[in-house]
Design a protein around this ligand. Structure first.
Ligand code: NAD
Ligand code: TYD
Length: 350
């Protein structure tokens, strides 16, 4: 057994998909998964790997690397060939209520992981980041890796800080750091607080669908498997000290996404409610991923319409998963975020 990978946040949406891809793509390697199992992480996502000898789950906080069991001795013994750092507080709306957890996990957690990798002599460190660090675009153009960082929310500000910290470890300590910045993901195992799974689960229950503002905000959607492939390509071919934008070539207005998923589910558009906008809401994201295409050979496979249809099917077939993750704290979150907005919204013709 050689090297192995340490993934953080492997029980979250993207991490769950990435752990599976790494195990399949590197049949000789171990994959360790460090995850705190916050509301967004579900150990059950990877239950089927219980009998896989190359997979190891360690419950713990990325900002306290020494505590979790046998991970630190393994790390300190130089046991990993790469760290892939995904663990984060990831939802913009939650960062508007309370930014503290975002700074703790996204900034301090990144510092501790960078330090852990450096001390242990782990050669490669991949920082998984987001297009949101660039802020908002007007109607034209796309973010390049040289676009200025202008984060709008506490979430994106904490991710921008983490990116800069990671790049500083390359510049100052010679750590092989690669940063990936990806657009909005969709696909299986996404917690139903983000637009697409939230709308699917509410539409299935015939509940009103809260669309922020005029619904004309644009996101560039990428299937999570394409994102994970991009991360693995960055791991294999990325140049240390470089940032790589990853996008799905699928800019869509939020309203169009919601209407498409209603059509797929055979539900009426009268479920849509235009509710009070998110403060600081970025209008448009679009990614220029030419560097990743040229240097990594990155090329997203999924067409959005097909990927969305498959994602809807996954949620329909995994109703038990959705029920399990929608616990009491989730219901309280929905109350706090949507109740008064929905009460103030009139049903609208689209
Ligand atoms: P997620 O919220 O679904 O999962 C986050 C995971 O991190 C969970 O399993 C959670 O338990 C774990 N975690 C949280 N705090 C932790 C801590 N202190 N210690 C250890 N584990 C902790 O997030 P996601 O959507 O899978 O995103 C993963 C990464 O990808 C994040 O860094 C995010 O910023 C980035 N990203 C996400 C998107 C997207 O569209 N979802 C797009 C671009 C980049
Ligand atoms: P989200 O999935 O939260 O991702 P991000 O804010 O990181 O882009 O939101 C995607 C888009 O959908 C964004 O423009 C906000 C919008 N949105 C709604 O209109 N209603 C909602 O209930 C949610 C969660 C998001």
């Amino acid at each position: 057994m050689s090297g192995g990978f340490l993934v953080t946040g492997g029980c979250g949406f993207i991490g769950t998909n990435l752990v599976r891809l790494l195990l399949a793509r590197f049949p000789e390697e171990e994959v360790w998964n460090l995850d705190l199992l916050t509301y967004a992480g579900s150990g059950g996502n990877l239950d089927d790997l219980a009998a896989e000898p190359r997979y190891r789950f360690v419950r713990g906080d990325v900002s306290d690397l020494r505590r979790p069991g046998d991970l630190h001795p393994r790390l300190a013994a130089g046991g990993f060939r790469a760290v892939l750092h995904l663990a984060a507080e990831s939802h913009v709306d939650r960062s508007l209520f309370d930014a503290a957890a975002f700074l703790h996990t996204n900034v301090e957690g990144t510092r501790v992981m960078l330090e852990g990798a450096r001390e242990a002599g782990v050669r490669l460190y991949v920082q998984v980041s987001t297009d949101e660090v660039y802020g908002s675009l007007g109607p034209t153009g796309a973010f390049t890796e040289e676009s200025p960082l202008k984060p709008s929310s506490p979430y994106s500000a904490s991710k921008a800080a983490a990116d800069l910290l990671a790049l500083s470890y390359h510049r100052t300590f010679g750590q092989d750091v690669v940063v990936t910045r990806c657009s909005n993901n969709y696909g299986p195992y996404q917690f139903p607080e983000k637009l697409i799974p939230l709308m699917i689960s509410r539409a299935l229950a015939d509940e009103p669908l809260p669309v922020y503002g005029d619904g004309r905000n644009i996101r560039d959607w990428i299937h999570v498997e394409d994102h994970c492939t991009g991360i693995v390509l960055a791991l294999e071919r990325g140049v240390a000290g470089r940032v790589y934008n990853l996008g799905g070539d699928a800019e869509r207005e939020n309203l169009a996404v919601v209407c498409q998923l209603l059509a797929e589910l055979g539900k009426p558009e009268s479920l849509i409610r235009f509710v009070a906008d998110r403060p600081g809401h970025d209008r448009r994201y679009a990614m220029d991923a030419r560097r990743a295409r040229a240097e990594l050979g990155f090329s997203p496979r999924y067409r959005f319409e097909l990927g969305l249809a498959r994602t809807i099917q996954w949620y329909v077939e995994h109703e038990a998963w959705s029920r399990r993750v929608r616990d009491g704290s989730y219901r309280r979150y929905l109350e706090d975020t949507y109740r008064s907005r929905l009460e103030a919204a009139a049903p609208c013709a689209v």
